[in-house]
Ligand binder design. Structure first.
Ligand SMILES: [Zn+2]
Length: 235
Protein backbone atom coordinates (compact mmCIF):
# COMPACT_ATOMS: atom_id res chain seq x y z
CA UNK A 1 0.00 0.00 0.00
CA UNK A 2 2.87 2.38 0.81
CA UNK A 3 4.26 1.61 -2.63
CA UNK A 4 1.07 2.79 -4.28
CA UNK A 5 1.30 6.19 -2.56
CA UNK A 6 5.02 6.47 -3.29
CA UNK A 7 4.31 5.75 -6.95
CA UNK A 8 1.64 8.46 -7.05
CA UNK A 9 3.99 11.00 -5.44
CA UNK A 10 6.81 10.14 -7.83
CA UNK A 11 4.58 10.38 -10.90
CA UNK A 12 2.98 13.70 -9.91
CA UNK A 13 6.34 15.14 -8.86
CA UNK A 14 7.84 14.35 -12.27
CA UNK A 15 4.82 15.84 -13.99
CA UNK A 16 4.26 19.02 -11.95
CA UNK A 17 7.47 19.83 -10.09
CA UNK A 18 10.10 19.00 -12.68
CA UNK A 19 11.05 22.67 -13.24
CA UNK A 20 11.17 25.67 -10.91
CA UNK A 21 8.78 25.35 -7.98
CA UNK A 22 6.21 28.04 -7.14
CA UNK A 23 3.46 28.10 -4.52
CA UNK A 24 0.94 27.36 -7.27
CA UNK A 25 2.94 24.30 -8.34
CA UNK A 26 3.07 23.00 -4.78
CA UNK A 27 -0.68 23.33 -4.38
CA UNK A 28 -1.25 21.60 -7.71
CA UNK A 29 1.13 18.78 -6.72
CA UNK A 30 -0.51 18.02 -3.37
CA UNK A 31 -4.01 18.23 -4.87
CA UNK A 32 -3.01 15.90 -7.72
CA UNK A 33 -1.61 13.36 -5.24
CA UNK A 34 -4.85 13.47 -3.21
CA UNK A 35 -7.01 13.04 -6.31
CA UNK A 36 -4.97 10.18 -7.78
CA UNK A 37 -5.14 8.35 -4.43
CA UNK A 38 -8.93 8.83 -4.32
CA UNK A 39 -9.20 7.65 -7.94
CA UNK A 40 -7.12 4.55 -7.11
CA UNK A 41 -9.40 3.56 -4.24
CA UNK A 42 -12.66 4.83 -5.73
CA UNK A 43 -13.24 6.82 -2.54
CA UNK A 44 -15.71 9.24 -4.16
CA UNK A 45 -18.83 10.64 -2.61
CA UNK A 46 -21.78 8.50 -3.82
CA UNK A 47 -25.22 7.24 -2.77
CA UNK A 48 -27.62 4.38 -3.31
CA UNK A 49 -31.39 3.79 -2.91
CA UNK A 50 -32.27 1.07 -0.40
CA UNK A 51 -35.88 0.79 -1.64
CA UNK A 52 -34.74 0.02 -5.20
CA UNK A 53 -32.19 -2.43 -3.85
CA UNK A 54 -34.90 -4.27 -1.86
CA UNK A 55 -36.80 -4.78 -5.13
CA UNK A 56 -33.76 -6.18 -6.85
CA UNK A 57 -32.92 -2.97 -8.68
CA UNK A 58 -30.02 -0.65 -8.27
CA UNK A 59 -30.27 3.12 -8.34
CA UNK A 60 -27.30 5.15 -7.36
CA UNK A 61 -25.38 8.29 -8.20
CA UNK A 62 -22.27 10.36 -7.61
CA UNK A 63 -22.10 13.21 -5.15
CA UNK A 64 -24.46 13.97 -2.25
CA UNK A 65 -27.67 11.87 -2.03
CA UNK A 66 -30.80 13.57 -3.44
CA UNK A 67 -33.72 14.01 -1.02
CA UNK A 68 -35.64 11.31 -2.98
CA UNK A 69 -34.56 8.46 -5.25
CA UNK A 70 -34.41 9.60 -8.87
CA UNK A 71 -36.17 6.36 -9.98
CA UNK A 72 -38.73 5.34 -7.30
CA UNK A 73 -39.04 8.66 -5.38
CA UNK A 74 -38.37 6.83 -2.09
CA UNK A 75 -36.64 8.90 0.59
CA UNK A 76 -34.53 5.85 1.53
CA UNK A 77 -31.41 7.17 -0.16
CA UNK A 78 -28.15 7.02 1.76
CA UNK A 79 -24.64 8.14 1.22
CA UNK A 80 -22.23 5.21 0.89
CA UNK A 81 -19.71 5.46 3.68
CA UNK A 82 -16.66 6.05 1.50
CA UNK A 83 -15.76 9.05 3.70
CA UNK A 84 -14.65 6.63 6.40
CA UNK A 85 -11.90 5.21 4.26
CA UNK A 86 -11.12 8.52 2.57
CA UNK A 87 -9.34 10.10 5.54
CA UNK A 88 -6.73 7.36 5.85
CA UNK A 89 -6.24 7.28 2.06
CA UNK A 90 -5.61 11.01 1.73
CA UNK A 91 -3.52 11.05 4.93
CA UNK A 92 -1.18 8.45 3.44
CA UNK A 93 -1.14 10.27 0.09
CA UNK A 94 -0.09 13.49 1.85
CA UNK A 95 2.70 11.78 3.79
CA UNK A 96 4.12 10.21 0.63
CA UNK A 97 3.85 13.50 -1.30
CA UNK A 98 5.63 15.44 1.45
CA UNK A 99 8.33 12.80 1.82
CA UNK A 100 9.05 12.70 -1.90
CA UNK A 101 9.14 16.51 -2.23
CA UNK A 102 11.47 17.05 0.72
CA UNK A 103 13.86 14.26 -0.26
CA UNK A 104 13.97 14.78 -3.99
CA UNK A 105 13.77 18.53 -4.41
CA UNK A 106 15.16 19.86 -1.11
CA UNK A 107 17.54 16.96 -0.47
CA UNK A 108 16.72 16.60 3.20
CA UNK A 109 17.46 13.04 4.34
CA UNK A 110 14.12 12.20 5.94
CA UNK A 111 13.45 8.77 7.39
CA UNK A 112 10.23 7.12 8.44
CA UNK A 113 9.96 7.20 12.22
CA UNK A 114 11.37 3.92 13.44
CA UNK A 115 9.79 1.31 15.70
CA UNK A 116 6.79 2.00 17.89
CA UNK A 117 7.11 5.75 18.01
CA UNK A 118 3.66 7.08 17.19
CA UNK A 119 4.19 10.77 17.90
CA UNK A 120 5.43 11.76 14.44
CA UNK A 121 5.68 10.44 10.88
CA UNK A 122 9.21 11.43 9.89
CA UNK A 123 12.52 12.44 11.37
CA UNK A 124 15.85 13.75 10.15
CA UNK A 125 17.58 12.54 13.30
CA UNK A 126 15.84 11.86 16.61
CA UNK A 127 16.34 15.60 17.26
CA UNK A 128 14.06 16.67 14.39
CA UNK A 129 10.53 15.22 14.34
CA UNK A 130 7.96 15.99 11.66
CA UNK A 131 4.24 15.23 11.94
CA UNK A 132 2.38 15.42 8.59
CA UNK A 133 -1.36 16.20 8.57
CA UNK A 134 -2.84 16.91 5.19
CA UNK A 135 -6.10 16.39 3.30
CA UNK A 136 -7.89 17.92 0.28
CA UNK A 137 -10.63 20.54 0.35
CA UNK A 138 -12.50 18.87 -2.52
CA UNK A 139 -12.79 15.62 -4.46
CA UNK A 140 -13.55 15.33 -8.18
CA UNK A 141 -16.19 12.63 -8.78
CA UNK A 142 -16.23 10.54 -12.01
CA UNK A 143 -19.20 12.50 -13.43
CA UNK A 144 -17.19 15.75 -13.23
CA UNK A 145 -19.00 17.03 -10.13
CA UNK A 146 -17.01 18.12 -7.11
CA UNK A 147 -17.59 17.24 -3.49
CA UNK A 148 -16.44 19.96 -1.12
CA UNK A 149 -14.91 18.56 2.06
CA UNK A 150 -15.13 20.84 5.04
CA UNK A 151 -12.14 21.59 7.27
CA UNK A 152 -9.17 20.06 5.45
CA UNK A 153 -5.80 19.47 7.15
CA UNK A 154 -5.22 21.35 10.40
CA UNK A 155 -8.50 23.24 10.02
CA UNK A 156 -10.22 20.24 11.61
CA UNK A 157 -10.04 20.58 15.38
CA UNK A 158 -9.64 16.80 15.95
CA UNK A 159 -6.65 16.71 13.61
CA UNK A 160 -5.04 19.73 15.26
CA UNK A 161 -5.60 18.28 18.72
CA UNK A 162 -4.01 14.96 17.72
CA UNK A 163 -0.91 16.73 16.38
CA UNK A 164 -0.61 18.90 19.49
CA UNK A 165 -1.02 15.89 21.79
CA UNK A 166 1.74 14.14 19.86
CA UNK A 167 3.96 17.20 20.26
CA UNK A 168 3.45 17.11 24.04
CA UNK A 169 4.35 13.41 24.21
CA UNK A 170 7.46 13.99 22.06
CA UNK A 171 8.49 16.94 24.24
CA UNK A 172 8.29 14.86 27.43
CA UNK A 173 10.78 12.41 25.96
CA UNK A 174 12.85 14.96 24.10
CA UNK A 175 13.13 18.38 25.78
CA UNK A 176 15.51 19.90 23.20
CA UNK A 177 14.31 18.36 19.92
CA UNK A 178 12.45 20.18 17.16
CA UNK A 179 8.84 19.17 16.59
CA UNK A 180 7.33 20.41 13.34
CA UNK A 181 3.78 20.02 12.11
CA UNK A 182 3.34 20.28 8.33
CA UNK A 183 0.07 20.58 6.42
CA UNK A 184 -1.42 21.79 3.15
CA UNK A 185 -4.22 23.53 5.07
CA UNK A 186 -3.06 25.72 7.97
CA UNK A 187 -5.73 27.94 9.57
CA UNK A 188 -4.75 31.59 10.11
CA UNK A 189 -4.45 31.22 13.90
CA UNK A 190 -1.69 28.62 13.39
CA UNK A 191 0.40 30.67 10.95
CA UNK A 192 3.68 31.39 12.75
CA UNK A 193 2.43 29.50 15.81
CA UNK A 194 4.88 28.16 18.40
CA UNK A 195 4.55 26.87 21.93
CA UNK A 196 6.72 24.86 24.31
CA UNK A 197 5.87 21.59 22.54
CA UNK A 198 5.36 22.65 18.93
CA UNK A 199 8.50 24.21 17.44
CA UNK A 200 6.67 25.41 14.34
CA UNK A 201 3.75 24.79 11.97
CA UNK A 202 4.58 24.94 8.26
CA UNK A 203 2.30 25.35 5.26
CA UNK A 204 3.76 23.09 2.56
CA UNK A 205 1.98 25.04 -0.19
CA UNK A 206 4.43 27.88 0.39
CA UNK A 207 8.04 27.68 -0.76
CA UNK A 208 9.22 30.28 1.79
CA UNK A 209 7.71 28.24 4.65
CA UNK A 210 9.44 25.07 3.47
CA UNK A 211 12.70 26.99 3.24
CA UNK A 212 12.22 28.28 6.81
CA UNK A 213 11.77 24.70 7.95
CA UNK A 214 14.98 23.68 6.22
CA UNK A 215 16.89 26.57 7.85
CA UNK A 216 15.73 25.36 11.26
CA UNK A 217 16.79 21.80 10.43
CA UNK A 218 20.19 23.09 9.30
CA UNK A 219 20.59 24.90 12.62
CA UNK A 220 19.97 21.67 14.52
CA UNK A 221 21.72 18.88 12.63
CA UNK A 222 24.85 18.57 10.49
CA UNK A 223 23.04 18.39 7.18
CA UNK A 224 26.10 18.09 4.89
CA UNK A 225 27.28 15.14 7.01
CA UNK A 226 23.90 13.39 6.75
CA UNK A 227 23.77 14.07 3.01
CA UNK A 228 27.23 12.55 2.53
CA UNK A 229 26.07 9.51 4.54
CA UNK A 230 23.37 9.05 1.90
CA UNK A 231 25.92 9.32 -0.87
CA UNK A 232 24.51 12.73 -1.85
CA UNK A 233 26.49 15.87 -2.66
CA UNK A 234 25.99 18.27 0.27
CA UNK A 235 23.78 21.29 -0.53
ZN1 LIG B 1 -35.22 4.00 -5.56
Amino acid sequence: MAELFDGIAQRQFNKILCGAISNAHLREYFNACFQEAIDSYGAYQCWTCINCMRQGNATQGWGAPPSRCTRCRSPLVYEIATFQSRSSIVGSAFEAAFFHLIQTHYRIPLTLTPGNTRTHDFEVTGEVAIEAKGSPSKVANPNSTFTELDRPGLERSDTKKKAFDNARTYRQRNPTGLFFIVSNAVPSDLVGYRNRDVTAVFDVNKTDRIESMILEIRGKVDLPYLQRQRGWTPT
